[in-house]
Unconditional design. Structure first.
Length: 327
């Protein structure tokens, strides 16, 4: 009996007394269950059994190197990473040992999600100066960010539409331009970790509503250009074939004698068409876009056959339209 008691007393000297560790496991604790770049991560290594001081260590599977080590009298220990980086992604395991040999946990995969960076918006048009009717491409791209990424496009902060990039990268949105599409554009990238807005890109258009009205007026005047040119040609022939230069309305009305005074003397010769006072002159409203016209009416004496013959031979019209403004 004495010998047996001595054996019991000296048995703990080998340092392997107590309960060995068992059921080692590794788990992570992160906000919302996601490991996000720049935020903290906690790796918890624990055992269900084990007595005495237990040494815990954490390892990266790819290299087997230790990334942390702690010894304490506890069944679980935490390893905190204050700011996770993209390079920290990978497969990890932990070990626990209380002198009876290390026991290893299962491997835990850690995926580090990256928030999107500030996106860049570019606008591609089919020509140097975009015009109404053109189809332009709005392309938004964030240089960094875990997929999938949703891109939203805005015109003056008004949503135009959205496009997704399931595998990352950028996305495009096509827009058919109207006069109202001049202004500032921007885009937004969002992968669920916080949305980021791009800088503003301005877009100016040729072909606004005033531009269309001016061209519509020009086309309408072009349709009337043929009779206007004919009238102008008659004017230049009848009024300026003898006297070079152009006469203003004021000069014509000041220098030409009254038609009634000429007609009051039957024996006086028939007045020249250039010397007649116009019976009608349209009024200039001052907008600079009115074509002027003058109308002369010739009253011939009934017994003046020579005068009638002379006018018919010269083929001068009884009514002449003149002063057509050039377009």
């Amino acid at each position: 009996m004495l010998l047996w008691s001595l054996l019991v007393i000296f048995a703990p000297v080998d340092g392997k007394s107590g309960v060995p560790v068992s059921n080692v496991s590794l788990e992570m604790r992160a906000p919302r269950g996601q490991v996000i770049e720049g935020r903290s991560l906690v790796l918890l290594c624990s055992v269900t059994e084990g007595t005495g001081n237990i040494t815990f260590s954490w390892h990266r599977e790819a290299t087997g190197t230790s990334v942390g080590k702690k010894t304490q009298r506890s069944l679980s220990v935490e390893l905190e990473v204050p700011a996770v980086q993209e390079r920290d992604a990978g497969r990890y395991y932990c070990r626990a040992d209380n002198g009876h040999g290390p026991i290893q946990s299962k491997v835990l995969s850690i995926l580090v999600r990256i928030p999107v960076s500030c996106p860049i918006l570019s606008i591609t048009a089919p020509r140097a100066q975009a015009v109404e009717g053109d189809v332009v491409e709005l392309r938004c791209e964030a240089q960094r960010g875990s997929p999938p990424i949703l891109y939203r496009f805005y015109h003056e902060d008004v949503p135009l539409g959205n496009s997704s990039a399931p595998s990352g990268g950028g996305a495009s949105f096509n827009l058919s331009l109207t006069a109202e599409h001049s202004g500032n554009y921007s885009c937004e990238a969002d992968n669920g970790l916080g949305a980021r807005r791009s800088e503003v890109v301005p877009l100016s258009l040729s072909g606004t509503s005033s531009y269309r009205e001016e061209h519509a007026t020009a086309r309408a005047l072009g349709l009337l250009g043929v009779p206007a040119c004919v009238a102008a040609a008659l004017l230049f022939y009848c009024r300026f074939h003898k006297t070079p230069g152009r006469h203003s309305v004021t000069k014509a009305r000041r220098d030409v004698p009254s038609a009634n005074s000429q007609a009051s003397t039957p024996s006086s010769p028939s007045p020249a068409i250039e010397d007649l006072q116009p019976d009608y002159v349209n009024v200039d409203p001052g907008d600079g876009d009115v074509a002027y016209s003058f109308v002369w009416s010739i009253q011939l004496p009934e017994d003046s056959e020579n005068t009638r013959r002379t006018i018919l031979e010269n083929k001068d019209p009884h009514v002449i339209y003149s002063g057509v403004k050039e377009m």
